[in-house]
Write a protein that binds this ligand. Structure first.
Ligand code: ZDR
Length: 277
């Protein structure tokens, strides 16, 4: 199987061009190739496929083999892949995902994609659609008990579920202990991605992420979008802010005009390879 390793601010995936390759068992392949000692090493597997309705289709599998609805960092890399490899000559493309169609606007430099702005669509705030078990209309700043401690939690879906918690000194957080407890908490029927956020100022948010099905990663595109939305709902940030992640920065804007969230960030190719699966 031919593949390309790509990363978006350190969130790294193995990308397979399914116009040429056939991947029979993507969940199993994701687990195998993601292993950083016995595999290629990645946060998961991304398939670039033909779509019946849009320019391209993307499927994304976490390193535990579970399929995610959407991945913000991966979709920018899909844009770079299809443009740089001549699968399209358009700088604006549509991509079908399990979380609906996303539109990408690519910034080209010397014939190659450097930055991508993604229209991530409208955030989903209804608890049953996130999904999170809750009786009210929204899940904003609600108390949740996790492992005997009480946390104030805000839940947002960007096609995939996110739980956002504000705290100080996230650098010293033992995320590998608390992360799984949120991920598997009984109020999240489809588990959750969890973001721990430190507000630097109204235009700068710093976060760490515990990803559903992958553990701590260096970055999370949908998570950064969910964090911006949660921060506006909690009155701690402007509608446009820089979200600082371990692997780099993303610029996120929640537009008042169309209620869509826009994410801008880099997409980088690391190397091409071939592996027997
Ligand atoms: C958080 C994420 N890496 C991104 O960039 O949006 C997406 C990965 C999928 C996530 N682990 C999930 O929703 O299961």
């Amino acid at each position: 199987m031919k593949f390309t390793k790509m990363q978006g601010i350190g969130n790294d995936y193995v990308y397979v061009n399914c116009f040429e390759e056939k991947v029979e068992n993507p969940s199993g392949v994701a687990v195998k190739i993601s292993d950083r000692h016995f595999g290629i090493g990645s946060d998961g597997l991304v398939l670039i496929m033909p779509s019946d309705t849009e320019d391209f289709k993307m499927r994304m599998f976490n390193s535990d083999g579970s399929e995610a609805e959407m991945c913000g960092n991966a979709i920018r890399c899909v844009g770079k892949y299809v443009y740089d490899n001549g699968l399209t000559d358009k700088d604006t493309i549509s991509i079908e995902t399990l979380a609906g169609t996303k539109i990408l606007k690519m910034e080209i430099e010397d014939g190659k994609v450097k930055m991508v702005r993604v229209d991530m669509g409208e955030p989903i705030l209804e608890p049953e659609k996130i999904p999170v078990i809750h009786a009210k209309e929204r899940f904003v700043n609600e108390e949740v008990e996790v492992d005997g401690e009480k946390y104030k939690v805000t839940c947002v879906s960007m096609g995939n579920p996110h739980a956002i918690i504000y705290m100080k000194d996230i650098d010293n957080l033992k995320i590998e202990e608390i992360g799984p407890k949120f991920e598997h908490h009984k109020i999240f029927p489809r588990r959750t991605n969890t973001e721990f956020v430190e507000v630097i100022d109204r235009q700068t948010l710093k976060m760490r992420v515990w990803e559903r099905g992958a553990g701590e990663t260096l970055a999370c595109g949908t998570g950064a979008c969910a964090v911006l939305v949660a921060s506006v709902l909690n009155g701690v940030s402007e509608r446009k802010a820089t979200v600082k992640l371990k692997g780099g920065d993303l610029l996120i804007e929640w537009s008042q005009e169309d209620n869509h969230v826009y994410m801008t960030g880099p997409a980088v190719k690391v190397f091409d390879g071939e592996i027997e699966i």
